[in-house]
Design a protein around this ligand. Structure first.
Ligand code: TRH
Length: 389
């Protein structure tokens, strides 16, 4: 009988380049592999400080949290038996000692390079391509998450959408909000979450919201986003602090764990998110959202942004799609957010319906955990057929 992915040991290697996204994705993936498949997972992380912001239980090297063995990626790399499946996240380059140990195994480990998420057309053509190691029998396969058939899919934990619906049924947003703010919430308030880099149009948008008829309540977790608001409003905004400016009220939240961050997105009418992981979580929230894409040299990120807009807007009315695209572009520095806001605000209810159907359609596709396990199962079968050296 051949071994299935569920009975193998996996390890994920992650270098924290900047921000939380890379480790955010790996930590989430590791937990899902354990929870859904009972896989024994070890996660190697080079930046313990960033990991422990996301996972405060990461108190020492080797600790198990949510069933995942958390390990410090140190130099020189500890001598240990490599796992059966090795995931190199985002081209982080495995330690040479580890590559040598992998090559020395009787059966080479299944080696996957997990790439960044993109909606660009070329992704399907590159997903699943393999590259043999120049000096050993190791083969590295490139795995691309994505939104369409033929990619690796997205991380969607089993039961997440049901948990979201149940929570929203039993907890009103006013009750949820009481933990963060004692001010009563007007029924018609537009509740917005803000997780961003330094969008050029933030100050202009806040000024626009101050003059809105409909009250806007902006919830801002601590970090670059709250610093951006402090700069724009020329004030201090410590965690727990609140500011009222005209129709706009800002509440500063602490940095939460990933599950609490999900709940924030589920309760808001509009989520301003960034990077990769929060961008996907906003889609599982099934609410209108705006993506602050990670900026790249020579504006290369705009190609990625446009590719996603093209895919996401396929079934939208022309007027709705163009209002959404104009606001997204402005938020990323191409256009004026304050000018683009009224048309965008006008189509929010239509975008809410669209966000729900998009979420259902994406949720019906195979998740990243499923595609990875299928790939590992197929690779194990092939390995079984290779006679030992
Ligand atoms: O932190 P990011 O900007 O990460 C980015 C992207 O991943 C990008 O692709 C990468 O190249 C770049 O870093 C270097 O944004 P992202 O991807 O949304 O990750 C943030 C993580 O932080 C996500 O897992 C959600 C989590 N989070 C919390 O858990 N609690 C919080 O309070 C907040 C605000 C975020």
């Amino acid at each position: 009988m051949s071994v299935s992915a569920n009975h193998t040991k996996w390890e994920i290697f992650c270098r924290v380049v900047d921000n939380y996204g890379d480790i955010g994705v790996c930590w989430r993936l590791a937990r899902a592999l354990v929870a859904e498949r009972g896989i024994d997972v070890r996660l190697w992380v080079d930046d313990w400080g960033t990991l422990s912001r996301l996972c405060p239980q990461a108190v020492h090297d080797g600790v198990r949290v949510a069933g995942v063995e958390l390990r410090r990626w140190m130099n020189p790399f500890p001598v240990e038996e490599p796992a059966d499946v090795v995931i190199e996240a985002f081209g982080c380059n495995l330690p040479k000692e580890r590559e040598r140990a992998m090559a020395a195994r009787e059966k080479p480990p299944i080696w996957v390079n997990l790439e960044y998420l993109s909606a660009e057309d070329w992704v399907c053509g590159y997903h699943g391509l393999s590259s043999p190691h120049p000096e050993s029998l190791l083969i590295k396969t490139f795995f691309f998450p994505g939104f369409v058939e033929g990619t690796g899919g997205l991380i969607l934990e089993k039961g997440l959408l049901d948990r979201r619906d149940q929570l929203l049924k039993k907890q009103s947003r006013a009750d949820w909000l009481r933990v963060f703010s004692k001010e009563p919430l007007r029924e018609d308030t537009l509740l917005v979450s803000l997780f961003c880099y330094e969008p050029f149009g933030l100050a202009g948008l806040l000024r626009r919201w101050e003059k809105e008829e409909r009250p806007v309540l902006l919830l801002v977790p601590e970090g670059r986003s709250s610093i951006g608001v402090e700069t724009a409003l020329e004030t201090n905004l410590p965690v727990g602090g609140e500011i009222q400016r005209g129709a706009l009220r800002v509440v500063a939240l602490p940095f939460m764990d990933q599950d609490d961050f999900d709940e924030l997105l589920w309760h808001c009418d509009l989520n301003l998110v960034r990077g990769e992981d929060s961008f996907v979580r906003a889609q599982w929230a099934a609410r209108p959202f705006v993506w602050n894409i990670y900026p790249q040299k020579e504006d290369a990120h705009f190609v990625k942004l446009e590719a996603f807009l093209k895919l996401y807007c396929v079934d939208l009315r022309e007027e709705v799609a163009s209002a959404m695209a104009a606001f997204w572009r402005a938020w990323n520095g191409r256009g004026d957010t304050a000018e683009a806001w009224p048309a965008f605000a006008q189509v929010l209810s239509e975008l809410e319906n669209h966000a729900s159907s998009w979420c259902v359609a994406q949720g019906a596709q195979s998740s990243l955990v499923t595609t990875l396990c299928q790939f590992v199962d197929t690779s194990l079968k092939k390995l079984d057929k290779i006679p030992p050296l």
